[in-house]
Ligand binder design. Sequence first.
Ligand SMILES: [Zn+2]
Length: 135
Amino acid sequence: MFRRIRRVRLYRRRCRRVGHAIFVRNSKMEYQKHKESARSLVLRKIAEFNNFYNFNLGRITIRNQRSRWGSCSKKGNMNFNYRLALIPDKLVDYVIVHELCHIGEFNHSNDFWNLVAQTIPDHSQLRKDLRKIKF
Ligand SMILES: [Zn+2]
């Protein structure tokens, strides 16, 4: 009995199912497993969207971030969460374009959202969908 309860607790702590994606919490192994595919996905999509935007890109890093999908510095260096490899493609596009557009507008002004909307017209809905995914 004790052993069974313990196993269930262990499972709950490690895995959480959200939609069709499963998020693993103690995730060093998952990070090792997915970071390369996350990197190629992110690089491919940045190249694709930057064909349109033409921003000067800085360094692009994949991280095991605890609370964010991505970030962008004033120098144009971008960090992305390896969990992008595990979520639907449309949400990945939104995250990529969001961070990319911060190179053009380092804020969340109307000008920023107008930039995003040029390639992701349904960004408001996607942003809501993304918020539902927890890790
Ligand atoms: Zn932002």
